[in-house]
Design a protein around this ligand. Structure first.
Ligand SMILES: [Zn+2]
Length: 456
């Protein structure tokens, strides 16, 4: 099936929604579909059984969310839709802001053949598959993601296609290619035989000096990226020996951060080792990703600097389990996965107790896309209260993204990103894996647990 331009797609979507709604709503939705900007004029009322107030960490009772166009117009106590509004009945469901995953890689996905595929697949193969991963992520309730590393800046094309309404997916803020050092976790030819390894330079995100760092960041600006991802420590899924050694100097990190901040970019730092984390925090990065061997001194520094922590427990959990499957990973990767993977959950629990700021992120692609919400269960398992984990995936992640004026809360004037689950997720956090309603930018993508854009 070919995706149609945005106007027509929204008309088809409106028709699909209408088929699932009460009869009196059908005529109004059909009318909305005939307008030039199909989502702009219609008023929709979401009648929620409960609403999670993420700003105050409170579960509210029955609430009506009034949506006009792509924005939330007002919040009304009880089931009181304005006259003439299209009503969506979510009386048995708990509404909350659209979820945010602060660490994804939407243009690839784990598989038994992933280390061979990269010699067979063109970038177009990854790009085509990314459209499926994006839709799966959106239908799981994640209306916004940070994309922290791709291969050829292809996530920019995915972002732009989603923003243009060409295909269904989350709102993407992308770092493009990660920036790292020669032979490090970000080196795309790490561990290859010598005639294939070559010497990738700044265009491939590989830096070895302050000057390289400045140029690499400016290249990201030129290519239209939204933020910067750096690799100051070793990582699990490349075939080098260490998963946690320090791979960037403090001076290189400072040069990246200073240049990035000049251009309005935040900097996310992949870091497992304690020394790499320390350098990244002192160097001024905005978030530490994974943070496996984060020690008490690192946590103290992060609190002092206001550095965010994005744990990605699900990725550690997945690689630790897959490391036991013979042949799933190359031998050296399996060794690192078995050592590092199981440790992240305990680190996340300690960081929570140490009052480090935590935002929700999963490293999607390391595990299959669409399972992002399992992270909620793992965060609760680490000792975090359910409400805290939902705030981490809404208001806190929005703050990390520097988009908390638009996202992360359900309030008048915000972008109309709303999801719902069937029941009370504070009592049963596993409900987060059963998102039953998804609205992004005022457009419904899932209703009564059914994706509406494939209903025709
Ligand atoms: Zn990652």
């Amino acid at each position: 099936m070919r995706y149609l331009p945005v106007g027509n797609r929204s008309i088809r979507m409106a028709a699909a929604v209408a088929a699932l709604l009460a009869a009196e709503s059908v005529a109004a939705l059909a009318g909305a579909g005939e307008a030039d900007a199909p989502t702009a004029a219609a008023v929709t009322a979401l009648q929620c059984g409960h609403l999670i107030d993420t700003a105050n960490g409170k579960m509210l009772g029955a609430t009506t969310i009034v949506i006009e166009g792509r924005k939330i117009k007002e919040i009304v106590d009880g089931a009181k839709p304005p006259a003439g509004a299209h009503i969506i009945d979510l009386a048995t469901q708990t509404c909350m802001p659209g979820l945010i995953d602060a660490h994804t890689h939407l243009t690839s996905e784990t598989s038994r053949t992933q280390y061979v595929d990269k010699f067979h697949w063109n970038i177009a193969d990854y790009a085509v598959r990314s459209t499926v991963y994006a839709r799966r992520t959106l239908l799981a309730g994640f209306t916004t993601v940070r994309n922290l590393g791709d291969t050829e800046n292809e996530s920019v094309a995915l972002r732009d296609a989603i923003n243009a309404g060409v295909l269904a997916g989350p709102r993407i803020y992308t770092a493009g290619k990660a920036i790292g050092s020669t032979g490090g976790h970000g080196d795309p030819t790490n561990s290859y035989r010598s005639d294939l390894a070559g010497d990738p330079g700044t265009a491939a995100g590989i830096i070895n000096s302050d000057e390289d760092a400045v140029k690499a960041v400016r290249l990201h600006y030129k290519l239209g990226d939204d933020l910067i991802k750096i690799m100051p420590s070793g990582g699990v899924l490349d075939e080098s020996t260490s998963g946690d050694n320090a791979q960037m100097t403090l001076e290189e990190i400072k040069a990246v951060v200073a240049t990035a901040h000049d251009y309005g970019f935040a900097v996310a730092a992949h870091a497992h080792g304690a020394e790499a984390i320390r350098r990244a925090v002192i160097g001024g990065v905005d978030s530490i990703e994974h943070g496996t061997y984060m020690d008490a001194e690192d946590m103290k520094l992060m609190v002092e600097h206001g550095t965010w922590y994005v744990p990605t427990i699900i990725a550690g959990d997945f690689v630790a389990r897959q490391a036991k499957v013979p042949g799933y990973y190359p031998a050296q990767v399996a060794v690192k996965a078995a050592a590092i993977g199981p440790l992240i959950q305990a680190t996340a629990g300690r960081a929570y107790k140490a009052h480090v700021k935590i935002a929700f992120g999963t490293d999607a692609a390391v595990y299959p896309h669409g399972q992002n919400a399992h992270e909620f269960e793992l965060m609760v398992g680490a000792g975090m209260p359910p409400m805290f984990t939902i705030q981490a995936a809404t208001i806190s992640a929005a703050q990390l993204l520097r988009h908390d004026r638009d996202l992360g809360t359900v309030a008048a004037g915000k972008i109309a990103d709303v999801v719902a689950v069937p029941g009370n997720p504070i009592d049963d956090i596993s409900l987060m894996k059963r998102v039953s309603f998804v609205m992004k930018d005022g457009v419904v993508y899932k209703l009564n647990a059914v994706p509406v854009d494939t209903a025709q």
